[in-house]
Design a protein around this ligand. Structure first.
Ligand code: PHE
Length: 338
């Protein structure tokens, strides 16, 4: 093989014209292989220099060198131009309109019942109470017997209570939060100031005013010189905090086996008296059963339904709204954003 000046010039010309007509960086890749890289005609020509006659080497060397330099220069220049074109294109096609409104994701929030529970806990913690909790699956003894509810009491029938198998284990889904009173009095010595919120169960069908799973909050105080006046004052404070300063409370004589005397507490709210919960002075029998010295100590207890409290406070007519979890309901309490 020998070197040919005309061929070198043709190689230079076709390289320069390929570079001139390249439309994008992909085309440049191929051009690099064909005209710039080690396998290009001019790279091969360069390798031949070693084998030609010494007299011609300088001249051909110059020629090839200058041709390759021109190609490299043109290639670099074109690459820079095409990179700029590519960058502009990318900026246009991937443009983000930062003035577009964002897409909002709904935030989760607490259920109004949880909010109410937290509010009540805070309220009583502020009075120096502790929050006490107990299991929802409760021994029948703590749910009934220890609370002086006799074996033949109607609340104990299958119509009211969920008994849990095996039946001889004597376990029930607690029908009220009052067994937490007993647990607290068995565990701790007076003075006792506790508030016990939690889930409770009764075998009711779900309808506008009933639900088989509901929530109660129980209050229990055992200390020296506790009287019905302390109970009334505490309930007044509780009612005002929940329903507003103008609410009035009244106690109506009633009966619960675990309190004596017992009363229903009503609130005067939105122009009428509404039954809110039960209360009374802790029955001596219950205190004695828990090992409390009744010559020294006395106590009061109260219990309210939280669904009921929410319904009264917010004029909710249908229990379904509280239990069904429709976010439109919770949103109306300002829970989660819209
Ligand atoms: N445990 C009662 C109920 O579920 C309410 C109550 C609690 C009454 C404490 C008196 C004292 O109806």
């Amino acid at each position: 093989m020998s070197l040919d000046q005309a061929q070198i010039n043709r190689d230079l010309a076709s390289a320069l014209s390929a570079i001139a007509s390249a439309v994008n960086l992909d085309a440049m890749k191929q051009i690099k292989i064909d005209f710039v890289g080690d396998k290009s005609p001019l790279a091969k020509a360069n390798q031949l220099l070693a084998s030609i006659d010494q007299s011609q080497r300088a001249e051909f060397g110059k020629l090839i060198g200058s041709a390759r330099a021109q190609i490299n220069q043109a290639f670099e220049k074109k690459s820079v131009e095409l990179s700029e074109v590519r960058d502009t294109e990318v900026l246009l096609t991937e443009r983000v309109d930062v003035t577009l409104p964002g897409r909002r994701t709904l935030k989760g929030g607490l259920h109004p019942l949880t909010i109410l529970t937290n509010e009540i806990n805070d309220l009583f913690i502020g009075l120096g109470y502790k929050v006490a909790e107990g299991p929802e699956l409760e021994s029948a003894w703590l749910n009934f017997d220890a609370l002086n509810i006799p074996a033949d009491h109607p609340a104990r029938t299958m119509q009211d209570t969920f008994f849990v198998e095996p039946l001889d284990a004597n376990l029930v889904l607690r029908t009220h939060t009052s067994p937490v009173q007993i647990r607290t009095m068995l565990d701790e010595k007076p003075p006792i100031y506790v508030i016990c919120p939690g889930k409770t169960y009764r075998s009711d069908e779900l309808d506008a005013t009933h639900t088989p799973v509901f929530h109660q909050v129980e209050g229990l105080v055992v200390d020296e010189n506790i009287t019905m006046a302390d109970l009334k004052g505490t309930l007044d404070f509780f009612a005002k905090s929940i329903f507003g300063e103008n609410v009035k409370t009244r106690l109506r004589p009633s009966f619960f086996p675990f309190t004596e005397p017992s009363a229903e507490v009503d609130v005067f709210f939105n122009g009428r008296w509404i039954e809110w919960g039960g209360c009374g002075m802790v029955n001596e029998k219950v205190l004695i059963g828990c090992g409390i010295d009744t010559k020294k100590f006395s106590g009061f207890a109260f219990g309210m339904g939280l669904e009921r409290t929410l319904m009264v406070k917010h004029g909710i007519n249908d229990m379904h709204d509280i239990v069904e979890g429709d976010v439109r309901f919770t949103q109306s309490f300002g829970v989660g954003n819209k």
